[in-house]
Design a binder for this molecule. Structure first.
Ligand code: PEP
Length: 323
């Protein structure tokens, strides 16, 4: 287990809560969590709380989070920078509200028409306004032949097409397998399987760009994260944080996730491994895709990236120590 890990724990409130009063009440609770977990005593990681509420609540959250480490993000942005575009919200508007991160390419936006090309333009808009972008990628199904790896590669390639190398300091990638979103926690990827995907994404970034982008770019995981699986996902998955949907609708479950990550007990990891083993023995369960066949493909040629990742981790730990 690596100490001094800095993790981004992003809450995607989606289209909740129904009123601004409710948003304010919830935001106050998240503000407390942000303070408690930025540097919790005996914690194995420092957690950065980020809340992405619906657009109308952004200002309210900014007010509540004033003088606190909690950040406010947005769930989407327009491709356009202004003008006669009814219902759209420009990145400059989000910037003027003090938004730190903008989610782009979420599967629920892709489902209503966002294409990789549109996502590439949105990415450019966010980066132009000096804001961090959380780019969501992830396959809809996980086939035995490993075609899902090409799906993720194509999404990354097309979405990042317009960026310069320097722009990457503002890019966070959220790997969110669509089949794992909105399910129960047994459908989340296991930490072990996630780690393979993280290595593969870093390999793709190295192939498409260079070693330092491959190792320095932050990768989050999203898809049915709960307090029961968070520890395994973070500590075995080797991700730099999470993008949490439903479990972030209530401050209690969000905080339980933070606690499981920052103060890991190992017991949840052991329990989860046992559940995963049990699930693998249920031969007829076709709904949870297997990764084993494509494993070899994923691991091939990744040793160099792994080495680079280790180097970055050591460098990051040193930096944190110096601070
Ligand atoms: C999401 O919508 O980004 C997400 C990860 O949702 P959930 O955690 O509910 O699966």
């Amino acid at each position: 287990m690596h100490k001094n890990k800095k993790l981004l724990i992003a809450a995607n409130w989606k289209m909740t809560p129904p009123t601004v009063n409710e948003a304010r009440r919830k935001a106050l609770l998240f503000k407390g969590i942000a303070k408690r977990y930025l540097k919790a005593p005996k914690a194995k990681a420092s957690l950065q709380v980020l809340v992405c509420p619906p657009y109308p609540f952004i200002s309210e959250l900014r007010t509540v989070f004033k003088n606190s480490p909690a950040l406010v993000g947005a769930q989407d942005v327009s491709e356009h920078d202004g003008g006669s575009k009814t219902g759209e919200v420009a990145s400059t508007m989000l910037q003027s509200l003090g938004v730190s991160h903008v989610v782009v390419g979420h599967s629920e936006r892709r489902a209503v028409g966002d294409t990789d090309e549109m996502i590439a333009v949105k990415l450019g808009q966010v980066i132009r306004t000096k804001t961090q972008v959380i780019l969501c990628v992830g396959e809809s199904i996980r086939d035995e032949e490993g075609e899902y790896l090409n799906v993720v590669k194509a999404q990354l390639k097309a979405s990042l097409a317009r960026l310069s190398n320097a722009d990457f300091s503002r890019v966070v990638i959220a790997y969110e397998p669509v089949w794992a979103i909105g399910r129960d926690d047994n459908m989340a990827l296991s930490g072990h399987d996630l780690h393979q995907m993280v290595i593969y994404i870093r390999k793709m970034l190295r192939d498409l760009y260079n070693d330092s982008i491959a190792t320095a770019t932050k990768i989050l995981y999203g898809g049915s994260v709960t307090p029961d699986n968070a520890e395994d996902i973070i500590w075995n998955g080797e991700v730099d944080g999470l993008l949490i949907g439903r479990a972030s609708f209530e401050a209690d479950s969000y905080e339980a996730i933070c606690k499981a990550i920052a103060l890991p007990t190992h017991s949840s990891m052991i329990m989860r491994e046992a559940t995963m083993r049990k699930m693998k023995t249920i031969k007829n369960n076709k709904s949870r895709p297997s990764v084993d066949k494509s494993k070899e493909k994923v691991l091939k040629g990744m040793k160099r990236v792994k080495k680079g990742t280790r180097k970055i981790r050591v460098a990051r730990a040193k930096k944190t120590k110096q601070k």
